[in-house]
Write a protein that binds this ligand. Structure first.
Ligand SMILES: [Zn+2]
Length: 270
């Protein structure tokens, strides 16, 4: 109502000042800087398990963020090949990693990875993984890295507890063993996922508490029956869940996604 008492020129001036202030605020307001970025790859996670399992942590992440159940792995859909494509944005067909093996002492990844981008963005970078061959993806942009079959989650938690901005890739094993032994989406498989969900809960709670976070939960491939890595369509499937307290990702709900897109998604949020 105050505008009614103004002359036309003062009203105009107020509008101009208001507009200028808005421009200034946009110019000087710091972009919401993500303090902690955590990418969790749950090896061999079939997207349907996220629907049918009893998974308080993962399903809460899905409710709070966006997700797609229609993610696609590399061809062939195998652990190291898929993770290499995630890290580099390059599929095996386009010249990325083509074989699923690596041993310590052999050459490591030759292309820039998501860690190079994180490092140049000022993050402390950590890579904790539970399969030795994923050591192929360690490069000089990784500040801390460790292969640990059973302890990768604890290592990530300890690394992220230190002050500063962190970018962490955490690879969690378990389903990749239960799947071949008992079958994908079997009772034992869902029990293992329940255990993983529970083990991730304290780490995720801590990151949420620190604010300004981005959490991505995904996988490298799925399987069917007791088989994976074949040309069966189920073997290529994987989920992608994204949530953050500072950014929304509405466009990503149910989007088409392949593992080589991870870089592009991160490029949009750095
Ligand atoms: Zn795998």
């Amino acid at each position: 109502m105050a505008m009614l008492g103004m002359t036309r020129s003062t009203g105009l001036r107020a509008l101009m000042v208001g507009g200028l202030l808005t421009v200034l605020m946009v110019a000087v307001a710091p972009a919401a800087v993500l303090q902690n970025m955590l990418i969790i790859s749950i090896d061999a996670l079939h997207p349907e398990a996220l629907r049918v399992g009893d998974l308080p942590t993962l399903q809460r992440a899905m409710r709070q963020g966006v997700y797609t159940m229609a993610g696609q792995s590399t061809d062939p859909p195998l652990t190291l090949i898929s993770h290499a494509a995630m890290f580099t944005g390059v599929s095996p067909n386009a010249g990325g990693k083509q074989d699923n093996r690596w041993l310590p002492g052999e050459p490591t990844v030759g292309r820039p990875t998501i860690f190079n981008r994180a490092k140049s963005g000022g993050y402390r970078t950590g890579y904790f993984y539970s399969k030795q061959k994923l050591g192929y993806l360690v490069n000089d942009a990784v500040d801390a890295h460790q292969w640990s079959k059973d302890n990768a989650i604890d290592l990530a938690e300890a690394f992220m507890a230190a002050p500063g901005r962190h970018f962490v890739f955490l690879h969690v094993s378990g389903l990749d063993q239960v799947g071949p032994e008992n079958g994908w989406l079997s009772t034992e498989y869902l029990e293992e996922l329940f255990y993983i969900d529970d083990a991730l809960s304290p780490l995720i709670a801590k990151i949420e508490k620190q604010k300004h976070f981005l959490i991505v939960i995904t996988s490298d491939h799925a399987g069917h029956g007791r088989i994976h890595g074949s040309r069966h369509p189920e073997d290529y499937r994987l989920p992608l869940v994204i949530y953050s307290d500072v950014k929304t990702f509405d466009d990503y709900q149910d989007m088409a996604y392949t593992v080589t897109d991870l870089q592009k998604i991160l490029d949009a949020v750095w």
